[in-house]
Design a protein around this ligand. Structure first.
Ligand code: PMT
Length: 405
C-alpha cells in the first residue's frame, strides 16, 4: 500500500500521562506503515508504559535518559534524522518545557535540537488544560508552527468529563500524514477539490431521494491528495465517515448545494476529482410539509440537475477535471462517452456490479481512460490505493503543463 509514512524517521516522544498506553498503539501503527520510529520516553512516562513495550513494537532502541551511557542513541543525531517529531501524549509539564525551550530531559533536548515539524497531542485534566498557563504554552507552540492535535471533550481518567482527553490514534495518524505530506509530498503547491457521497434531494421535510454512495472513494482520494502535500478540499454529501484530519471538509446535502460549493472551491484550484454520486434529477417542488400517508399513489415530478463537472470546466478552463462513471454494462464505452460529453481530462470507469467494487465497498475496480483514448485497467484495489494511482495521473497532467485547446 502506498503511504507517506513509509521510510520516514519519526521521533515519538511519550510523557507521563495515563494516556501513554495509547502511544504504544501509535508506535505500532507507524511501524506497520513502514516508518522507523524512535521512541523517547520521559522518566514519568516510563512509570506508565515500559521502554520494553516500545522496543518490542518498533524493533528499535528506546531513549529514556539523556545521560545513560548504555544507550548509544545520540539525541542530536536522532533530532536531525527526524522527518517529524510527535509528542503524544503531552502533559502540561512537557508543554511548558517545549514552549520555554528547556532541555532538561531527553525528549525536550531532542525537540530543541531538531528543525523537523512538531506535532503535539496534549492529554490532561480539563481544568489543567484550560488554565491560562497551559493555554499560553499551547498558543506559543502553535505560533511557532507546531501542530496541536486535540485534546477532545470526553471522559477523563479522573472520571470527570471535559476537554482534556487525548485525540484518538487514527486522528493523530491523519495529522502526521498531513504534516509529512506538506513537507515532502509530490503534489505540494497544488489545490485539489474532491467530491464524495450521494446527494440527498428532498421530497418533503422528512424524505429524500438519494443513492448508495458511502463516500469512501472520495474520502480516499482526499486523504491521498493530503498525504501527497496537496491542499485537499473535500466537498461531501452526507456520509457516516469522520472528517479526515488535515483536509478542508465542506458538507453539503443537495446537488445544487454541491454545485455552489464546487464552483466556489474551483476558483483557485488545480484539479477537480468528482467521485460523488450526484443526483441526475431532483423533485421539482418538494412538499413544504410532510406528505401524509393515505393516497394510494404519489407522483413526483423530477427535473434535471445541472452537470457540475461541465459547469466547472466552463468556469475554470485550466482546471484538470476527472470524472467517475458508475456503470453496470458497457463499462468502457459508456465511460468514454461521458468523458467526451463532459470534456474531461480523465475518467474512472467504475464497474459497480463487480464483486468488491463500487458503492459501499472498501475496494474498487477502476478503468482509467484519458482524452487520448489510453485505457488502464486496474485490478480490484483498496480505495486508497486506487486513489493514489488516479492521483499519479492527475499529477502527470498537472506537471505536463497541458492546457485545454
Ligand atoms: O462512495 P462509495 O460508496 O465509495 O462509492 C463510490 C462510487 C461508486 C460512488 C464512485 O466510485 C463512483 O463511481 N462515482 C460516480 C457515480 C456517478 O454518479 O456516476 P455518473 O456516471 O452518474 O456521473 C458521471 C460523473 O459526472 C461523476 O463524476 C459525477 O460526479 C458527475 N456528475 C453527475 C451528475 C451531475 N449532475 N453532475 C456531475 O458532475
Amino acid at each position: 500500500m502506498p503511504t507517506v509514512l513509509h521510510g520516514k524517521h519519526i521521533v515519538l516522544g511519550v510523557t507521563g500521562s495515563i494516556a501513554a498506553f495509547k502511544a504504544a498503539d501509535l508506535a505500532s501503527k507507524l511501524t506497520q506503515h513502514g516508518a522507523a520510529v524512535d521512541v523517547v520516553l520521559t522518566p514519568d512516562a516510563a512509570r506508565f508504559v515500559t521502554p520494553l513495550t516500545f522496543q518490542a513494537l518498533t524493533h528499535r532502541p528506546v531513549t529514556t535518559d539523556l545521560f545513560d551511557p548504555r544507550i548509544a542513541m545520540d539525541h542530536v543525531a536522532l533530532a536531525q534524522r527526524a522527518d517529524v517529531i510527535v509528542v503524544c501524549p503531552a502533559t502540561a509539564h512537557t508543554l511548558a518545557r517545549l514552549a520555554l525551550g528547556l532541555a532538561d530531559d531527553a525528549l525536550a533536548a531532542t525537540v530543541l535540537a531538531s528543525r523537523a515539524p512538531l506535532v503535539v497531542v496534549p492529554a490532561m485534566d480539563a481544568q489543567m488544560f484550560d488554565h491560562p498557563a497551559v493555554q499560553e504554552h499551547v498558543a506559543r507552540l502553535h505560533a511557532r508552527g507546531a501542530r496541536i492535535v486535540g485534546p477532545m471533550e470526553g471522559r477523563l481518567a479522573s472520571g470527570l468529563v471535559g476537554r482534556g482527553r487525548m485525540a484518538e490514534v487514527p486522528e493523530v495518524l491523519g495529522h502526521l500524514r498531513a504534516v509529512l505530506g506538506a513537507a515532502t509530498g509530490d503534489l505540494r503547491g497544488t489545490t485539489i477539490v474532491v467530491t464524495a457521497g450521494g446527494t440527498r434531494e428532498p421530497l418533503d421535510p422528512v424524505r429524500v431521494l438519494t443513492n448508495r454512495s458511502s463516500g469512501k472513494m472520495g474520502y480516499a482520494v482526499a486523504e491521498a491528495a493530503r498525504d501527497r502535500g496537496a491542499r485537499a478540499i473535500l466537498i461531501t454529501a452526507p456520509t457516516a465517515l469522520p472528517d479526515p484530519p488535515g483536509v478542508d471538509v465542506r458538507r453539503v446535502e443537495t446537488a445544487l448545494e454541491m454545485r455552489e460549493a464546487v464552483l466556489a472551491a474551483c476558483r483557485d484550484a488545480d484539479a477537480l476529482v468528482m467521485t460523488a454520486a450526484v443526483a441526475d434529477y431532483r423533485p421539482a417542488a418538494p412538499a413544504p410539509q410532510k406528505v401524509k400517508k393515505g393516497a394510494p399513489t404519489w407522483t413526483v415530478e423530477l427535473v434535471e440537475t445541472p452537470d457540475i463537472l461541465t459547469e466547472a470546466g466552463a468556469a475554470a478552463p485550466a482546471l484538470v477535471r476527472v470524472g467517475f462513471a458508475a456503470e453496470t454494462t458497457d463499462l468502457v464505452a459508456a465511460a468514454r462517452a461521458k468523458l467526451v460529453r463532459k470534456g474531461l481530462d480523465l475518467i474512472a470507469a467504475n464497474d459497480v456490479s463487480a464483486a468488491g467494487s463500487g458503492f459501499g465497498a472498501d475496494t474498487n475496480r477502476l478503468v482509467l481512460i484519458d482524452r487520448e483514448g489510453r485505457v488502464e485497467d486496474l485490478p480490484v484495489l483498496p480505495k486508497f490505493d486506487a486513489a493514489w494511482i488516479l492521483l499519479d495521473r492527475v499529477r502527470a497532467l498537472l506537471a505536463s503543463g497541458w492546457t485545454r485547446p
